[in-house]
Design a protein around this ligand. Sequence first.
Ligand code: DGY
Length: 321
Amino acid sequence: MRPAVFVALRTFPEVLDKLRQHFEVEANDEPRDLTRDELIARAQGKQGLFVTTVEPIDATLVAACPELKAVCSMAVGYNNIDVAACAARGIAVTNAPDVLTETTADFGFALMLAAARRIAESEHFLRAGRWQRWSYDFFCGAEVHGATLGVLGMGRIGQAIARRGALGFGMKVVYHNRSRLAPGIEAPLNARWVDKDELLRQADHLVIVVPYSKASHHAIGAAELALMKPTATLTNVARGGVVDDAALAQALKERRIAAAALDVFEGEPRVHPDLLQVPNVVLTPHIASATSGTRLKMATLAADNLIELLNGRPALTPVRA
Ligand code: DGY
């Protein structure tokens, strides 16, 4: 009997074909996220699950699926997966690091540029037919070249954003991370570790790339926003919930910071209604890794992890509890 696998979301036909060469595959092809109960029902009798960022793989699901051996995500972030509950039942978990680093960094940098130079805001103005004349102070934004880039969370994607800033735009880089990077990594990025408050005070453009966890919940709230320069921008390509969206909307409305750019939201796909009302924020629907090539690599890595694990071999990119 070949192992059975459930693919919880629509994915590339070639990835499904690859999985079908090894497993009995059932796939959700509905264009919506499954509820936890639906997921539990479809996961019955399956040894493997192919998931992404939205499926709640929690203790209840794990307890309800005794045959499950592997949960493989095509995302790098895995805050939707209770890794400890999986480990307690001997279920292996994998994510998809590295393959999306540069693509996500491109997008994070693009969002930061869009916020600093008011690209989305001015485009909305033009589309609304409001462009009458040119003026010296027309949509003046903030410099990016030579400015100070602040990176909160200096993992792979944070470093890739820092590289773009330092080498491409001559930016000074300050960062905050739980641990300081080795001098050999800091030096080519011209990057300096500072404590979190100092990061907020110094950054002209703050980019948030820290994974979501209980510890990073609302890492940026009203108190942190109050430390930032009134001319500063904030970009979040990490996870909703790292930033307190209500506090951010208020700060943007009162121009306590100049602008923001968000690809991720608390409770997405819902977006805090106050964010929709303020003009100085760029909003995109969680697409930082969305190029066809990168998404195919992410999905292929999840499939390859399932193939390795369900054939009794070690995972390619394990998540450890
Ligand atoms: C990830 O991989 O965690 C992204 O947020 C999804 O593109």
